[in-house]
Design a protein. Structure first.
Length: 290
C-alpha cells in the first residue's frame, strides 16, 4: 500500500452521529468531498441523509454515500444493495457508491463474506448504474476480503499511521481514512479524516457532468434528431389514417402498409420517395383514385 502524500485531497465522512453540520464552514475549511452514511442493512436509513446530502452539495462539496452492511443478520446481499441504490437515487452524487463492511460481518468467515460482498457490489452497480467501491479496516480487509474483490476500488481505514497495513487483495488504496478524531470547522466534535488519491479525485469529481463540451453538443443534436423522428412518426401515423380512410384498400395491405411506415421512420429523409412508391403500387393494383 502507498503512503499518504501532499498531493492527496482532503475529505471527511459523516453520519447522524455528527448532528447538524454547518456545511459552508466545512467547505471553507478546505474539505473537498464527503461520504455520507445513507443506509444500513435491508431497511435502515440514516436520519441525517437528506439534510447532509443537500446542504453539503449546496456548499460546493462533492458528495458520495456509503451503506453499512449487515450480512451477519443473514441478510440477502441483493436486497441490501437494492435498498441502498433506491435510497440514494436522485441525490447529488460524484463518487462510487460504497459498501462499508466491518465488525460483526466477520462472523461469515473470509470465503462466505467475500462472496457476499461480490454479490452486493455487482447488484449495486446494476441497480444504480454507478460504479461501486468497498470500505473496510486494514486488518479486516487483510483477514476477510478475498481476491475476488480486487476489481473494486478500496477505501481503507488505519489510524495513526501514514501508510496503511498491506493485504493480499489490493496493492493500492483510492481513499485512506487515517483518523477518526479529526476536527473540522462547522462540525461539533470529532470526524473521520480521509486522503484521496489525486488521480481518483480527478476521475470522479465531475461525475455529475462527465461530458466534454463537444460531447454535450453532440448529445443536444441527437436529442433534436430524436424529437424530429418523434414528430415524423406522428405525422406518418396521421397520413396513414387519412390514406386508409380514403382508399378502399384490403385489410392485408393496410397491415403491411403500417409496418412499412414504421420501418420508414428510421429514414425520414426518404419519406417522399416512400409515398411515391406506395402510390405507384396502388395504381398497379387498380386503385386509380391515388
Amino acid at each position: 500500500m502507498q503512503a499518504r502524500s501532499s498531493t492527496n485531497v482532503k475529505g471527511i465522512d459523516v453520519s447522524h452521529w455528527q448532528g447538524a453540520i454547518d456545511w459552508s464552514k466545512v467547505a471553507a475549511d478546505g474539505v473537498k468531498y464527503v461520504f455520507i452514511k445513507a443506509t444500513e442493512g435491508v431497511s435502515g436509513v440514516d436520519s441525517r441523509l437528506r439534510a447532509n446530502a443537500l446542504s453539503a452539495s449546496s456548499a460546493g462539496i462533492k458528495v458520495g454515500y456509503y451503506h453499512y452492511a449487515r450480512p451477519e443478520n443473514n441478510n440477502d446481499a441483493v436486497k441490501e444493495a437494492r435498498h441502498f441504490a433506491s435510497t440514494v437515487a436522485g441525490y447529488p452524487c460524484h463518487w462510487p457508491l460504497v459498501l462499508d463492511v466491518e465488525g460483526e460481518a466477520s462472523r461469515l468467515g473470509a470465503r462466505s463474506l467475500t462472496q457476499w460482498c461480490a454479490a452486493f457490489l455487482t447488484e449495486l452497480e446494476r441497480a444504480s448504474g454507478r460504479r461501486a467501491m468497498i470500505y473496510s479496516g486494514a486488518s479486516f480487509a487483510r483477514t476477510y476480503l478475498g481476491k475476488e474483490l480486487a476489481g473494486w476500488p478500496l477505501w481503507i481505514a488505519h489510524y495513526g499511521v501514514d501508510k496503511p497495513m498491506n493485504n493480499s487483495t489490493w496493492d493500492r488504496w483510492a481513499i485512506f481514512q487515517y483518523s477518526d478524531k479529526g476536527r473540522v470547522a462547522g462540525i461539533a466534535g470529532n470526524v473521520d479524516l480521509n486522503a484521496m488519491e489525486a488521480e481518483f479525485y480527478g476521475r470522479y469529481a465531475e461525475e455529475d457532468e462527465p461530458m466534454t463540451k463537444e460531447e454535450r453538443e453532440a448529445l443536444e443534436q441527437l436529442s433534436a434528431q430524436v424529437a424530429q423522428l418523434a414528430g415524423t412518426a406522428e405525422s406518418l401515423t396521421k397520413q396513414l389514417e387519412s390514406a386508409t380512410a380514403k382508399i378502399p384498400a384490403p385489410k392485408w395491405f393496410v397491415s403491411e402498409f403500417g409496418e412499412s411506415v414504421v420501418a420508414q421512420m428510421s429514414d425520414p429523409t426518404g419519406t417522399m420517395e416512400f409515398w411515391r412508391a406506395v402510390a405507384v403500387s396502388l395504381r398497379t393494383m387498380g386503385y386509380q383514385k391515388v
